[in-house]
Design a protein around this ligand. Structure first.
Ligand SMILES: [Zn+2]
Length: 575
């Protein structure tokens, strides 16, 4: 099972998060801004009540951002658009400094002078950058259960599972061009070769080339390894590409059954020196996993692989919130120990959900503890998981999330006075695995999350219109079971959201089933299309398809690569 990189709505939040390094609390800018919406006329009939442009790829960390955004807004204003949906970290105003607000003020002015309503993109669950920048412990957690620890010198240390091993991960054991121990290596002597000249360590590496010799362009290697269920493992591998085309053909992943236990992207250069790639996965309920790496769909060039390892990673990035408790007990489970009395919080010194890995935490035994040197313990905890490029999902069931949302919603509305908000509900790829949400129906929980967000926003702006990205409510898109690492099922989630939210149906090609589904179930739709194509052919198809649908409020020009050249043409099509 493979998950292609999608240009998806959630990228908005993680862009803001990656770029965010906000350390100065904003305290002084209250009252700097005027209401955004000053009552300009808006067409209220026909296909194009909403003519929005998606402003993505800037975080207002530079003055230049304002100039670049303003240029797009001018084009949009000239091209008949009436709204700019802006994703630039507006869900964490409590952390912004004076410069951010100064720039936001200028963007707001540019919206006004171009007769565009500023519509904030606000909060995301699947790409939890906003909430996580305030409390990274809100990440959804995967459980590690009853891992063995042994106590020495008043410190409990994790005892790793030594059975998880790649037998020939160093690529040292071979016969001719055939490596031993792997379940398979594609096309020995044609695509895969032993290389004893270029290697990272030892006497040899695996070299992959001549990809077109394989009918699929594959050059893959796989081995099955034993794991203990509910443990956290680290896979690492050294790679060296040379004129590799495409570099994105490289993959490295772990499958438990047919589930990718840690969908990740590794951005290799086309040519480069040896570099290490690594990722963390949770074994979930599996007793074996299939580790894969190599090339899928390669065209040309070469890639060397060496020192492929898997190890029981132990307590990395241990989460600390009510829904992710750390539990410490005696080896036989009879004695349950108490944090703060028997041991200090199990924390990693370099906890970082965005790096996806950390130094294993050590369990510090407190003076007067019932735990003594020589004791064997069983320790349970939860850890987050980094998906794809930089996606970390937050837990929708943790009450603190809504406290943060409330504070930020109040700030947003005080400063921007929006009439509409777009909520980041897309691509919620984890959930149902921590103590807070594990017992919940995921469809109902998602609906409850959106309902609460709408209620909170309307406490401060009673007439606010709420838009949401549609995929998690659409059975023809992501509202189903077996979705990435979600434990549970999003089927029927649309039944739990207020009917007055507008579904932003997104994608490059029009999806008639999705549009019909929302029409038949009484939801208004914003058609969010374009997706960085080289022309507007697909947009024309969207327009034709939606023309007879009275529930379609309008369109949003949606780019993820700051490709605004076709914005005027898009506007013309809506006339
Ligand atoms: Zn949870």
């Amino acid at each position: 099972m493979f998950f292609p990189l999608l240009k998806s709505p959630g990228c908005a939040a993680h862009f803001a998060c990656r770029k965010a390094s906000w350390t100065v609390l904003w305290l002084i800018s209250v009252g700097l801004f005027f209401p955004l919406w000053v009552g300009y006329a808006q067409p209220e009939s026909g296909l194009t009540r909403d003519r929005f442009v998606w402003i993505f790829g800037w975080d207002l960390s530079r003055d230049q951002d304002v100039a670049e955004i303003s240029k797009v807004l001018e084009t949009a204003g000239r091209s008949g658009f009436n709204g700019a949906v802006i994703a630039c970290g507006l869900d964490t105003l409590s952390k912004r400094d004076h410069d951010f607000f100064r720039r936001l003020d200028r963007v707001q002015s540019a919206c006004q002078s171009n007769r565009l309503e500023l519509i904030p993109s606000f909060f995301s669950i699947g790409y939890g950058g906003g909430a996580l920048s305030i409390d990274p412990n809100l990440a959804e957690g995967l459980p590690v259960s009853e891992a063995p620890f042994v106590v020495e010198n008043a410190e409990g240390h994790f005892v790793s599972d030594a059975s998880a091993q790649l037998k020939n991960g160093g690529f040292e054991d071979f016969d001719g061009n055939r490596f031993r121990s792997f379940a398979f290596v594609d096309d020995p002597g044609k695509v895969s070769f032993v290389d004893s000249e270029i290697k990272h360590s030892g006497r040899a590496s695996l070299r992959l080339q001549n990809f077109t010799e394989n009918p699929y362009g594959h050059g893959r290697v796989m081995e099955t390894v034993r794991v203990v269920p509910h443990r956290c493992y680290r896979v690492s591998l050294w790679v060296k590409p040379e004129n590799l085309q495409p570099a994105s053909a490289f993959r490295c992943f772990a499958l438990g059954g047919d589930r990718d236990l840690a969908p990740r992207e590794f951005h290799l250069p086309t040519t480069g020196d040896w570099q290490k790639v690594s990722f963390i996965f949770n074994s979930l309920t599996n007793t074996t996993v299939n580790l894969h790496t190599g090339i899928w769909g390669g065209k040309s060039g070469r890639l060397w692989l060496d020192d492929w390892q898997v190890e029981d990673a132990g307590p990395v990035n241990v989460l600390h919130r009510p829904g992710t408790p750390v539990r410490v007990c005696s080896e036989n489970g009879a004695e349950k120990y108490v944090e703060g009395r028997d041991y200090a919080p199990l924390t990693s010194p370099d906890f970082n959900v965005w790096r996806g890995d950390s130094t294993p935490a050590v369990l510090k035994i407190l003076p007067g503890s019932r735990i003594h040197d020589g004791d064997h313990l069983r320790v349970s905890w939860y850890h987050p998981l980094l998906l794809n490029d930089s996606q970390v999902t937050v837990c929708m069931a943790e009450p603190e999330l809504y406290e943060i949302f409330e504070r930020e919603a109040q700030l947003l509305i005080e400063h921007l006075h929006p009439r509409r908000v777009l909520l980041g509900t897309d691509e919620i790829r984890m959930g149902g695995t921590c103590q807070a949400c594990g017992h919940r129906d995921m469809a109902e929980l998602l609906g409850e999350c959106v309902t609460k967000q709408e209620q909170i926003l309307r406490r401060y702006a009673p007439d606010l219109k709420v838009y949401v990205w549609s995929d998690m409510f659409d059975p023809h898109h992501n509202a189903h079971g077996d979705y990435y690492l979600v434990h549970g099922d999003f089927t029927g989630s649309w039944k739990y959201v207020p009917q007055d939210v507008v579904m932003a149906v997104w994608g490059g090609e029009p999806n008639p089933k999705s549009l019909q589904f929302f029409r038949d179930n009484g939801f208004s739709v914003l058609a969010s299309c374009y997706y960085d194509a080289d022309n507007l052919d697909a947009v024309k198809a969207w327009i034709e398809m939606t023309r007879p649908m009275k529930n379609v409020r309008g369109f949003m020009f949606t780019t993820w690569e700051r490709k605004y050249d076709l914005l005027p043409g898009f506007g013309k099509l809506l006339d």
